[in-house]
Ligand binder design. Sequence first.
Ligand SMILES: *Cc1c(COP(=O)(O)O)cnc(C)c1O
Length: 358
Amino acid sequence: MSLTLHLDTAAWRAHLAEVAVSTPGLVPVAKGNGYGFGVARLADEATRLGANTPALDTLAVGIADEVAGVRQGWSGSIVVLTPWSAHDPVATALLDDPGVITTVGRLDDLRTIVREHPGARLLVEVRTPMQRFGLEPDELARAADLLGDVTFEGWTIHLPLAGDALAMGRDLSRRALAAAEAPVWLSHLSAAEYDTLNGELGVETRLRMGTKLWLGAPATRRVTARVLDLHPVSAGEKIGYWQHRALADGWVVVVSGGTANGVAMTAPSAGSSLRQRAQSLVLGGIDATGRALSPYSIGGRKRFFVEPPHMQSSLIFLPGAGAVAIGDEVPVEVRLTTAVVDRVIDSSDDSPNHEETL
Ligand SMILES: *Cc1c(COP(=O)(O)O)cnc(C)c1O
């Protein structure tokens, strides 16, 4: 037992439905840790969502290896977002799978696929200022010349989170459409920006969405850990793997969850404000006195780690005569794009007061 995600399933699904209705070209993204829910669960949810949204016919996964994991729950088309690589035999096998749309990010790769897998369904990625994947805009016309022999599903554009997404999306879409008229698949646009481009471009416009879809409506969920054990310690007593001295009398509280769950990877890594950066420092490391604020709350506030988290449990210091009990559930703040929870349970009928009492 380590971390539990309590989900108000009905409220979460209402949020998902709202996003689907307001985003006609929605392509849900189910990749990696499944945004804390697991990709299989997301595949089921996408199917449920699609039952009322006929346009929702495609699910996106991050890599070829994730396709098998969503197939049980999803029978529509599946886009693999990471561009095809000649070094990936799983991705290569999927080129001949009629249910899979492969992304191509290099002109040479496109030539290879056209020659060896003429039946493939392809999206061609356009390089953005992110400089991650994709063809240079001046390669697009040459790409268009090659597309006659495959099923060309459209251009794909992955926009950075910073900067003027609408202007970048518009400019790159126009350059792609000048090379060949086809649907444009985008990400990281606001609802209003998406509406604008959808109205302007004159082709089908799809919007991939992961974080804002699955992790929107944060009030619908909370993550808890369990108090596994606790021990009274005196000021100066040595504790933990590293035998640091306790700074005061109090309790070592052993809570579930550790590095295997992504605990203490909760800081906003791309934080741009000074406060966010300071928070990253504190949550990511340990200060000069050997203390780092943990993401675990006991008695209504975050408590310090005794030392960095262990693999599946963490040692927290609770000063004074704290009266937390073994078996108590305590809130833990985790970033769900990096966290691994062991259970997701429906919290619709949880008691309204989740705070621990001291
Ligand atoms: C991960 C990913 C997305 C979804 O990103 P979120 O920020 O989670 O919405 C969209 N497009 C591509 C190409 C991605 O790799």
